[in-house]
Write a protein that binds this ligand. Structure first.
Ligand code: ZN
Ligand code: FE
Length: 253
């Protein structure tokens, strides 16, 4: 089984999973038609299913066109307002979905927007986190609440530490500037920022990251940390209050 991260648009990523044994191919998010179709065709793969994390246009713009070209089925969360006509199956109420040998766990992770799904594939030690967690950062609040996002990140923190996190955007470098302003003496963070600078200077992706990596460097997963609390002058606040303050500060950074 293989997993491929595909750069799309300005700074988006889509993720493909292909199972050689069953010849099944799944796509997670559809930000742009061409780069995804190119990889499918270069490998001679059909597309069996498209799984949507959330309905921001930069994650779904090519969903209908890829569905039509490859005759794929599309899965995604149900919107509170209205449905999307290219969706075949609403899956927000499922805990798990299986395609042949590929078992996927489904997590409700509101916060960025109310309807967002994270897909976790234990056999690949991988989670498609899209716009919930970014490397060194987290989602902006665009319809959900900071409290919801905090709870969603707490849920994702329960995954095994060696889980690969496939984030929806290459935001790591700019996120690092905020992170280091909040947590300036964090040696793991200083090291990560240097690595990110090197990778980006060669136009290489900084993703996927791992949960353990983020736990040691990402301020939004470190609200308990004494140094971060000192910076914010919030020594006795709850983790959730620290998170909310970090999110507010990042918005105007
Ligand atoms: Zn989004
Ligand atoms: Fe996005």
């Amino acid at each position: 089984m293989q997993i491929i991260q595909i750069p799309c648009r300005q700074d988006n990523y889509a993720v493909l999973i292909h199972d050689d044994e069953t010849n099944l191919t799944l796509l997670f998010d559809a930000p742009e038609h061409e780069p995804i179709a190119k990889i499918l065709q270069a490998n001679g793969w059909d597309l069996d299913a498209i799984l949507i994390t959330h309905y921001h246009y930069d994650h779904v713009e090519a969903a209908a066109s890829l569905k039509n070209q490859f005759n794929a089925k599309v899965y995604g969360p149900k919107l509170r307002s209205e449905g999307q006509d290219y969706i075949n199956h609403y899956i927000q109420d499922l805990k798990e979905i299986r395609f042949g040998n590929i078992h996927i766990q489904i997590f409700q992770t509101p916060g960025h927007i109310p309807e967002q799904i994270v897909y976790y594939i234990p056999s690949l030690k991988s989670a498609i986190v899209a716009d919930t967690i970014f490397s060194l950062g987290c989602a902006r609040i665009l319809g959900g609440t900071a409290q919801e996002l905090f709870q969603s990140l707490e849920l994702l923190k329960q995954l095994p530490d060696d889980t690969n996190l496939y984030c929806g955007h290459e935001y790591t470098q700019s996120n690092g500037e905020f992170a280091i302003s909040i947590d300036p003496n964090n040696q793991a963070l200083i090291k990560r920022i240097a690595e990110v600078k090197m990778l980006r200077s060669k136009n290489l992706p900084t993703l996927p990251t791992t949960l353990s990596n983020e736990k040691s460097t990402n301020p939004f997963l470190r609200c308990y940390d004494a140094e971060i609390r000192k910076t914010l002058n919030m020594q006795n606040a709850s983790d959730e209050a620290v998170f909310t303050e970090l999110r507010l500060r990042k918005d105007s950074f």
